[in-house]
Write a protein that binds this ligand. Structure first.
Ligand SMILES: C[S@@+](CC[C@H](N)C(=O)[O-])C[C@H]1O[C@@H](n2cnc3c(N)ncnc32)[C@H](O)[C@@H]1O
Length: 243
């Protein structure tokens, strides 16, 4: 993708946050621009062509804004031929427990209410109906905020909510990464603090342990290489419910 198209995408996805205040706008711009995760999801065509998404721990709803902006560029003929067509979102439900993030997300995505719904809720106590109809669940940099039992319980519910062929994208830390993992954890704590959270306790696992947990729940799992940069100690696990 050319720098110009990427900048247009970044501008469009972050502009949504201007009404939600300077923090929301600059945070969106900084994260969407610097974190290779968002680029990768589109560049590798990881979503089905038309899809219903549940984004668990959605924060201020960056994923929704990013995917919608990408699809709009595509639909008005300004997409790049080098990357696959962005997914058409049939619905996206974001859930987060942080009231300030939920408020920022709702404000930024108010015009998208036909497609995007942001709920306030605790992932540790989600029930099956909270998922609604879904093809892809995303849990991006969130699972380590839940204790080990809650992680397993949540992933079990995700597995039950997804249809055959359904996908889970989980970006998680990897304790086997050593120093990079410890640095990454320190960054997470600092960001959580800056976003108005209390300093949380984190519950981390090795990449092998995450994969074993997901496979034990009946997913088939692969690790999508993240490359370098901000996500230096994170792994992106793609877990699929067998057909
Ligand atoms: C590092 S942020 C990631 C936000 C978003 N996934 C993204 O990539 O921009 C972690 C998010 O998880 C949310 N979170 C942590 N524990 C949670 C819980 N038990 N229930 C709901 N949300 C939770 C936090 O409020 C925060 O917004």
């Amino acid at each position: 993708m050319s720098d110009a198209v990427f900048r247009t995408l970044l501008d469009a996805a972050s502009a949504k946050y201007r009404p939600a205040g300077p923090f929301a706008y600059h945070f969106a711009r900084g994260k969407l621009g610097a974190d290779p995760l968002f680029r990768m999801l589109l560049q590798r065509g990881m979503f089905p062509a038309a899809t219903r998404v549940v984004d668990l721990g959605c924060g201020q709803g960056l994923l929704a804004s990013w995917l919608l902006a990408a699809r709009r560029l595509h639909d008005c003929g300004r997409w790049t031929g080098e990357w696959p067509a962005p997914p058409k979102l049939l619905g996206l439900r974001g859930i987060d427990r942080n009231l300030r993030d939920v408020a920022r997300a709702r404000r930024a995505l108010a015009a998208e209410a036909a497609i995007v719904e942001i709920r306030q809720g605790d992932l540790a106590t989600l029930e099956a109906p909270d998922f609604g109809p879904v093809d892809v669940v995303t849990i991006l940099d969130v699972l380590h905020y839940l204790d080990f039992a809650a992680q397993e319980s949540l992933l079990r519910k995700v597995r039950a909510a997804l249809p055959a062929g359904g996908l889970l994208f989980a970006r998680v830390g990897d304790t086997d990464a050593g120093l990079p993992h410890r640095l990454s954890t320190a960054v997470d704590l600092a960001v959580a603090f800056a976003r108005g959270h209390r300093l949380p306790r984190l519950y981390c696992r090795s990449s092998r342990s995450w994969i074993a947990l997901l496979e034990g729940l009946g997913f088939s799992v692969h690790d999508e290489p993240m490359g370098t940069g901000k996500s230096f100690a994170n792994v992106m696990l793609v877990a699929q419910v067998p057909h």
